[in-house]
Design a protein around this ligand. Sequence first.
Ligand code: GLN
Length: 498
Amino acid sequence: MSPLHAQSLAELSRKLAARELSSVELSTTLLDRIAQHEQLGAFLAVDRQVTLAQARAADDRRAKGESGVLLGLPLAHKDIFVTRELPSTAASKMLEGYVSPFDATVVSRLGAGAGMVTLGKLNCDEFAMGSSNENSAYKRVLNPWDAARVPGGSSGGSAAAVAARLVPAATGTDTGGSIRQPAAFTGITGIKPTYGRCSRYGMIAFASSLDQAGPMARSAEDCALLLSAMSGFDERDATSAQRPAEDFHAAINVKREGAVPGKPLAGLRIGLPKEFFGQGLGAEVASATRAALAEFEKLGATLVDVSLPRTELSIPVYYIIAPAEASSNLSRFDGVRYGHRAAKYADLNDMYRKSRAEGFGDEVKRRIMIGAYVLSHGYYDAYYLQAQKLRRMIADDFQAAFKQCDLIAGPVTPTVAWKFGDKADPLANYLADIYTLPASLAGLPGMSVPAGLVQVDGSTLPVGLQLIGNYWQEGALLHAAHALQQATDWHARAPQGY
Ligand code: GLN
């Protein structure tokens, strides 16, 4: 039998229900494992007392007759979600030591609501800006598959912790790929829901029209369990959708009309955007992606060619809109209300200037400057407004494609995880977001599913397959991913030594 740390949420849930295991035992095992693997840099905050108190509370709830499927299961949160019991820093010096007076909605739904136990707060790129976790103000996160390589970003701590079996699951946030790309780089499963599916209340804001929370775990089944609990309307987030809660765990096992034994996906049309398979796609990623698509065909799906003609424009559009919103959102960090305040200053303006200069890292400052520029008088029409128009056209392209297919598939990233320092140029980082940005700009749900391992420069590294659905089609994405994971074991591979 596999050790506790290697088991899925679904398996652990059965053991808790059968009283073969208590939440305190499970949490203790994982806390020890987290301490053993501190060198990975995945965590920014761990507090044994807090975790064990939550685990005891979950065990008490069960003893009193409660039986929720997530009750007593542990997870960790990206340090973008604010938490009452642990510090919330967004991996920035600006918020060092900050403790929120309230829990983010996603945190309270999974915690107080579903009864999950928090193992700690996970490292990420500062304010979720980045693709490698190298922008964390505190420390870097190592990729468990190869310690010389980045885990991806911005949810790099979440991805590394799940991949290294330190936690069975984690929350992440995705503005332009931050759940999907690190999931791909570490061989785990992650889903960015439709914009509005999960409340953004208590998520430290980066780009409000793009930010979405989502689960990261080792299987589509575990992601389904989490997404059901974390999503749903929240009156404290004006952009959260008024939709009834959905049981995604039931959705993954639904029998499709036309399905026959061995062909659970019969009739499913998967669209392959030609722009996702052209120049710029690395050979290893292309071949793993093709192999995963061939599995889908074996399961009964048909592959059709589609086009998303404005794919390339997603990069300039995103890198105008996201910084514009960031420059506005981050204006709240002024040294007055909360966060870092410079120790010495001459007057109020000097206090603002010094507090922000000291508190923010380089990438954050770069985005604030770009954002302020594209919103400024004289440039607003040329950049920001133009980007908004193109954003609409990118969303329209998807709707045209969805006339020919039910789901869209392609790579998550052009290459496997790169080595630390290899993309020191910020532009090189931005360009690598090409396949994740379109769905973000359109507000569509997107998923990263392990698609096998490849050999690169003597390292064994995972590749992710991206699945994109139409609005509110998370159930269909998870269903297809689950079918793939029933037929293959790519998602179950662990990095050596973990
Ligand atoms: N890599 C992208 C960026 O740097 C996406 C980040 C994210 O999704 N939070 O903005």
